[in-house]
Design a protein around this ligand. Structure first.
Ligand code: ATP
Ligand code: MG
Length: 429
């Protein structure tokens, strides 16, 4: 049991094992009864002894997040994306796979049937780590679009308070809010009814400080009891018409450590998760790179940097190709275009619906990335050896793209085997 934060003193009585109602005292501390039920004003952050540096990654099993825009335990992320770009899917993947002890999912202002489906899905899921029901460690706070405005304002704060409550017990918690835009709209409605002066797009002038205060509550802390716990906060943002300059999105971006921006063109092209590498960021990447290095994965940061550079160069070349055609590019640049495609299709894309690919262990993530980089190096070497780019483009590299789906979620050795086969074949072409 957790002693309320404002109570301290000598434990004078402790109940034996028995069934209790929520109002039954189970302990007495200096004359105060303690129950298993606790009240807390949800807008107020629960206290902790100290904030700690957030430098350990929260593994989500999603490659684009873990490899390219990693999030630390106790940090914050926003997932902005237009209608139907995959916000809910991405958040639900994190519900299933995040390496935390407790998950708090707040469905805020979403359609009732969608939320009902999500809850039904969740009920049926098994925890991949323990084999027990996932619902045993998941809290769902459901606020559908037909509920009152104040309930919507409260839902997000309630989720945060529940998260902090488990944090105070020494657990690692991830809280997901889908969608914080609906919450901000509720704040807007409430403030206009209570006669506050409207600011940008009718939102209250206090929108920015409300968002800041909310994201501020995510942290890795030393609890009052001396243990360690964390709340990682991930919020979906749904800008109307995909307009990233609207107030909620632009203010949120200022307060989060990670931005996983969903791109409409990628979603239309069925590139899922549609997280764009152009406008996303992680401010904790250097800390997390250090953590990986300390775990013995020294090449992690180098591979990541090379892959991001390759993606950026492939994007730049794609706009050149639109003007002059691929034939006009020198061989080396054609190889970059090819490798960019391998990265996008073999590493960044990840189907939430595939049994092998829905979750990808960190070892397999690195193996996949290293395979594409190794193939890229080999292609470059072949071009330098005089092979024309057109011949390289004819090499069958589908094995590289299919590796993510054809090896088990944990099977980095399988990926390495495939890589060696592909390289061996290329050596003789
Ligand atoms: N990782 C993924 N793997 C496979 N399919 C995906 C993935 N992400 C999204 N999709 C597809 O995109 C569809 C829309 O996704 P989702 O409902 O998550 O979008 P959304 O951004 O939450 O939409 P809304 O704005 O309506 O809330 C899904 O039904 C699914 O078909
Ligand atoms: Mg959604």
């Amino acid at each position: 049991m957790l002693v309320p934060p404002d109570l301290c003193g000598k434990l004078t009585w402790l109940s034996g094992a028995r069934e209790v109602a929520e109002s039954d005292p189970v302990a007495t501390i200096d004359g105060h009864d303690v129950t298993l039920f606790e009240q807390w004003a949800v807008r107020r952050a629960r206290p902790a002894r100290a904030r700690l540096r957030a430098d350990e990654p929260l593994v989500t099993g999603q490659r684009v997040v873990d490899l390219f825009f990693p999030i630390a335990q106790g940090a914050t992320a926003a997932v902005p994306g237009g209608f139907g770009t995959g916000k809910t899917m991405l958040l639900q993947q994190i519900v299933k796979w995040a390496d935390v002890e407790v998950v708090v999912f707040v469905g805020c202002g979403e359609r009732g049937n969608e939320l009902a489906d999500a809850v039904a899905d969740l009920m049926a899921l098994k925890d991949p780590k323990t084999g027990r029901d996932l619902r045993e460690r998941t809290v769902v706070i459901a606020n559908t679009s037909n509920m009152p405005v104040m309930a919507r304002v409260a839902s997000v704060y309630t989720g945060m308070t529940v998260s902090e409550y488990f944090r105070d017990m020494g657990y690692r918690v991830v809280m997901l809010a889908d969608s914080t835009s609906r919450w901000a709209e509720a704040l807007r409605e409430f403030s206009s009814r209570s006669g506050e002066l409207p600011a940008e797009e009718g939102y209250p002038a206090s929108l920015s400080s409300s968002l800041a205060a909310f994201y501020e509550r995510a942290a890795r802390v030393t609890t009052l009891g001396g243990g360690e716990g964390s709340v990682t906060l991930i919020g979906a943002v749904s800008p109307a018409g995909g307009d990233m300059t609207e107030p909620v999105t632009s203010q949120t971006v200022r307060y989060v450590r990670c931005l996983w921006s969903l791109d409409r063109d990628l979603a239309y092209a069925r590139h899922y998760p549609a997280v764009t590498w152009r406008h996303s960021f992680s401010l904790d990447d250097a800390l997390i790179a250090n953590w990986h290095a300390a775990q013995g994965r020294v090449g992690w940061n180098d591979s990541r940097a090379r892959a991001l550079a390759l993606l950026a160069e492939a994007d730049r070349l794609a706009s050149v190709v639109e003007l002059v055609g691929i034939g006009a590019l020198p061989s080396r640049e054609r190889v970059v275009m090819l490798s960019g495609r391998l990265l996008r299709e073999g590493v960044l894309q990840q189907s939430a619906l595939s049994e092998n690919d829905a979750y990808c262990s960190p070892k397999k993530q690195s193996a996949l990335l290293d395979m594409v980089l190794a193939v890229h190096e080999r292609c470059l070497a072949l071009v330098e050896g005089g092979l024309p780019a057109s011949a390289i483009e004819e090499i069958d590299l589908t094995a590289v793209i299919r590796a993510r789906d054809e090896t088990g979620p944990d099977d980095d050795a399988g990926v390495t085997r495939l890589r060696d086969e592909v390289l061996a074949r290329m050596g003789t072409s």
